[in-house]
Design a protein around this ligand. Structure first.
Ligand code: UGA
Length: 434
C-alpha cells in the first residue's frame, strides 16, 4: 500500500517512519524545501530517540520518501494523512488554516478514490469542514472518504507509543475507509491492540478528552502536594496509595513543576473553547489550567521564600530546560518561566540540559550554558532540578556540595530521597514532601 503524509513535523515524521517500518510505502510531504533536503540526508529537525535510525533504515530500504511535491505524493497514495500544525490562536482555539490549505491542495490532485485522514489534533467538526472543502473543489465523479485518526504520541517515547499503542481510534462514516485503515494498522491488530471504531466527531473529541483528563490528573496531584506541605503528608506516598486503586491508576500522578509542552497547555485551552462554543462550561478543565499556572509560577516563589526576595550576587544552577525528559522541546517549559523570575530577582543563571540547550539559547540570552550538571553547580548558591533526565537522578552529591558556594537544593521533580540529600549537608526542598 502507498500512503502520503502531508506535514513532516513531529507527528507527520513519526507517523510516516513508523508506517514504513510496518512495510507500507510512505511519501512524507512538506512545503519547506530545506527541511525536505535535510530529511533526504536523514537529518531530523528535532530530537526524538530512535527516529533517525528508523528514518535511515526505511529510506535506505526504499519504503520512505521525502518530497515537496504534494500532487505526486497524493496521486500515488490510497491513504493521505494530514499532519500539519494547528497552532493556538489568541482565544485558545486551534488555527486551522494549514489543515484547510492542505485539504484544498489535496482536492486539486484527487484523481482516484482516497481515504483522507486527519492526524493533527483538530477541533470537533474539522473532519466535516475538510470534507466540504474537498467536495467543493475536487473534480466531479472522484470519490473520497474522511477519517479522524488522532495520535497519542508522547514526545520522547513516540516510536514506542506508535508501535505499541494503548489503542487506535478510527472515526469514519464509510465501512470501506474503516477496512482500509484496519489494513494499514494490521501489525497492531496482530498484537491485539484495541481498536475503537466510531464516528468522526467522537474520534476528534476523544483526543481532547484524553489530554484534558491527563492534565486534570496532574493538576489534581499538584494541588494535593500543596495540601501535603501544609499538613506534613508526603505526596509521593499519597499518589502511590491512590494509584494502587485500579479505578484511579498510578500514571500521571507525579507532582512536580507543572505541565508544559506543546500539547497539554494548547489542548486544554482548545477544549475550553470548544466547550464554550457549544454552551458547556467545562469548569474542571478550567480549574486544571489555573492550578497549573499557579504551580508553574510557584517554582520561583518557593526559591525566593527560602533564599530571600533579593537574589543579587546569587548564582543558581538550573538542571533541565526541556518541558520533560527525552525531548529538546522547550515550549511552555516550566524551567523557562522559572529562569525569567529568578533573573528578575537579580540571580545569575547557570544552566545545563542534555539536549535542549541549542533551542534554549535564543529564548534565554542572559544564561550561562554549561558542559554538564557539575559544571552548572560550580560556585552556585542553589541547584534546581526542573526536568527529571535520568542523568540527574544519581548525581555525585558530595562532589556538587563541595563545588557550590551555598547549599540550597530545590528538587522540583521529587527525584531524590530527602534524607539522603540532607545527609550531604544540603538545605533541601521538594514538592509536597515533609
Ligand atoms: C501528551 C500526551 O501524553 C500524549 O498522549 C499526546 O499524544 C500528546 O500530548 C499530544 O497531544 O500530542 P507530551 O506532551 O509529549 O504528550 O508529554 P507528557 O509525557 O504527556 O507530559 C506532559 C507534561 O506533563 C510534561 O510537562 C510532564 O512533565 C508533565 N507531567 C506528566 C507531570 O507533571 N506529572 C505527571 O505525572 C505526568
Amino acid at each position: 500500500m502507498h500512503i502520503a503524509v502531508i506535514g513532516s513535523g513531529y507527528v507527520g515524521l513519526v507517523t510516516g517512519a513508523c508506517f514504513a517500518e510496518f512495510g507500507v510505502t510512505v511519501t512524507c510531504v512538506d512545503n519547506d524545501a530545506e527541511k525536505i533536503e535535510r530529511l533526504n540526508q536523514y537529518k531530523i529537525p528535532f530530537y526524538e530517540p530512535g527516529l533517525e535510525d528508523l528514518v535511515r533504515r526505511n529510506a535506505e530500504q526504499g519504503r520512505l520518501f521525502f518530497t515537496t511535491d504534494l500532487g505526486a505524493a497524493v496521486s500515488e497514495a490510497l491513504v493521505v494523512f494530514i499532519a500539519v500544525g494547528t497552532p493556538p490562536q489568541e482565544d485558545g482555539s486551534a488555527d486551522l488554516s494549514y489543515v484547510e490549505g492542505v485539504a484544498r491542495e489535496i482536492a486539486k490532485h484527487l484523481t482516484s478514490y482516497k481515504v483522507i485522514v486527519t492526524k493533527s489534533t483538530v477541533p470537533v467538526g474539522t473532519g466535516e469542514r475538510v470534507r466540504s472543502l474537498i467536495e467543493a473543489e475536487r473534480k466531479e465523479g472522484v470519490d473520497f472518504d474522511i477519517v479522524s485518526n488522532p495520535e497519542f504520541l508522547r514526545e520522547g517515547a513516540a516510536i514506542e507509543d506508535f508501535m505499541r499503542p494503548n489503542r487506535v481510534i478510527i472515526g469514519a462514516r464509510s465501512q470501506q475507509a474503516v477496512a482500509i485503515m484496519k489494513d494499514l494498522y494490521r501489525p497492531l491488530y496482530l498484537i491485539e491492540t484495541p481498536f475503537v471504531i466510531t464516528n468522526v466527531e467522537t474520534a476528534e473529541l476523544i483526543k481532547y478528552a484524553a489530554n484534558s483528563f491527563l492534565a486534570v490528573k496532574i493538576s489534581f496531584i499538584n494541588e494535593m502536594s500543596r495540601l501535603c506541605e501544609q499538613v506534613g503528608a508526603d505526596v509521593n506516598v499519597v499518589a502511590k496509595g491512590m494509584g494502587l486503586d485500579g479505578r484511579i491508576g498510578a500514571k500521571f500522578l507525579h507532582a512536580g513543576a507543572g505541565f508544559g509542552g506543546s500539547c497539554f497547555p494548547k489542548d486544554t485551552r482548545a477544549m475550553l473553547k470548544i466547550a464554550a462554543d457549544h454552551g458547556v462550561p467545562f469548569e474542571i478543565v478550567r480549574a486544571a489550567i489555573s492550578a497549573n499556572e499557579r504551580q508553574v509560577a510557584r517554582n520561583a516563589e518557593r526559591i525566593l521564600a527560602v533564599m530571600g526576595a533579593d537574589l543579587k550576587n546569587m548564582s543558581i544552577a538550573v538542571l533541565g530546560l526541556s518541558f520533560k525528559p527525552n525531548t529538546d522541546d522547550i515550549r511552555e517549559a516550566p524551567a523557562l518561566r522559572l529562569i525569567g523570575q529568578l533573573q528578575a530577582a537579580g540571580a545569575a543563571i547557570r544552566a545545563y540540559d542534555p539536549v535542549a540547550m541549542d533551542n534554549a539559547r535564543n529564548a534565554l540570552p542572559e544564561v550561562r550554558f554549561c558542559r554538564d550538571a557539575y559544571d552548572a553547580c560550580q560556585g552556585a548558591d542553589a541547584v534546581v532540578i526542573m526536568t527529571e533526565w535520568n542523568q540527574f537522578r544519581n548525581l555525585d552529591l558530595a562532589r556538587i556540595k563541595k563545588s557550590m558556594r551555598s547549599a540550597f537544593f530545590f528538587d522540583f521533580r521529587n527525584v531524590y530521597d530527602p534524607a539522603k540529600v540532607r545527609a550531604e549537608g544540603f538545605e533541601y526542598r521538594s514538592i509536597g514532601r515533609p
